[in-house]
Design a protein around this ligand. Sequence first.
Ligand code: F6P
Length: 472
Amino acid sequence: MARLIVVSNRVSAPVRNAERAGGLEVALQAVFKNHPGVWFGWSGRVVASKEEIETRTTELDGQQYIVTDLTREDNKEYYNGFANRVLWPILHYRLDLAEYSFRDLTGYLRVNEHFADEIHKIIQPDDIVWVHDYHLIPLAKALRERGHRNKIGFFLHIPLPPPEILTALPGHDRLFHSFYDYDLIGFQTETDRVNFARYLVNDCKLATRDLETFLAGDRTIKLGAFPVSIDVDEVARWSQQGARSKLARELEGSLGGRKMIIGVDRLDYSKGLIERMRSFGKFLEQYPHWQNRVAYIQVTPRSRSKIQEYADMDAQVGSMVGKINGTYGQVAWTPIRYVNKSYARSSLAALYRLGSVGLVTPLRDGMNLVAKEYVASQNPADPGVLILSRFAGASHELSGAMLVNPYDTDSVADAIDQALNMTLEERRERHEQSFEALKANDIALWGERFLNELAMKSSELSMFAAAFPKAG
Ligand code: F6P
């Protein structure tokens, strides 16, 4: 296969602890196992001025990492601004939280141009380029403008809402038309794919016969759903080995025989933490016999804390935890243990295994790999129960989970009680169902499916284009 160039905002540079990486990085590490190539992105370093920007290359085991710096202005306008205060909320269906500014859009486009300039220096004609996530939508266009005709694919790790929401973004047409320069656009679920297909038909008036392949000028683009996953065997192994670790034994000892509920989420409004705390408070109120018989561990590393909405949330969740602990806690029992710390994924796997209930209730989530890791970590002979938001992409696959509406805090409270009371037989059945689904879509398949589709695309599509009238 031709050389693969992957581009994403975050790069799991070899010096970083891979076990601490987020979902995108974990998925891409798995792709590189089979296709060593180049991984290009932000170094994580912020410099004072343009003149101080450096681009550095590192090599490890035949794999190249090329990272470049951002200026303070770039960081403010591109990362904290347009990517995370405009696109992130809109794509998570939160128009109410979007803070649009033309200046941030300019910074977003500037960083995409900078990335394209750097890639331009190293790209070869038969390289395959795979761009990831909402930070980099205009990158293919910027590369085409520099004369590159390579195959370029894009994968969106977060949700894609219906056109009625997308069109609320000022200048949506200009931004989303830059998707036309990709050959293949991948989404987490069929729902996301269909939402974008509807946008292309209704708002961009592109011609299509099957809502999968579209004609845009003289180019064809293809859409597909490629649900991202985890390395199931690796996570299962971590959880078995971790069960004997110091951390797991300490935690188990501290439970004093109480059942454990576990939640692990980045501190982000999309994760539904406020609603989850409300549900847990209702659970303790409506099912008082569980008081002092459960411990809810919520691991929530802070993220994007320079953004006001995240700082507000931090304060709000902290005060709700304090209130619930104050109301229901006893001198020898703290209902919620709220930890703003990040743990290695291998340690988390051991914690998931101890959890009688995994509470994963985002208000909207592209996939949610915590849900998948919770299932993979369970002891099949005595598994815990996953309570999963119907608005997480993972709910399309994990059919054994108890699906809930996170906004309906009364029914989430009821679901916690049901999960804690569930018979071993039902727990095993549910776990088996979800585990089968995980095995059927392991992470290795994700990259293969996308790259095969991208490689196939040109021959298939030239036939399609020839048979199709020009878009009107
Ligand atoms: O999955 C969405 C995503 O934005 C990834 O692109 C990113 O790696 C992860 O969430 C964490 O976000 P951030 O890079 O802003 O810390």
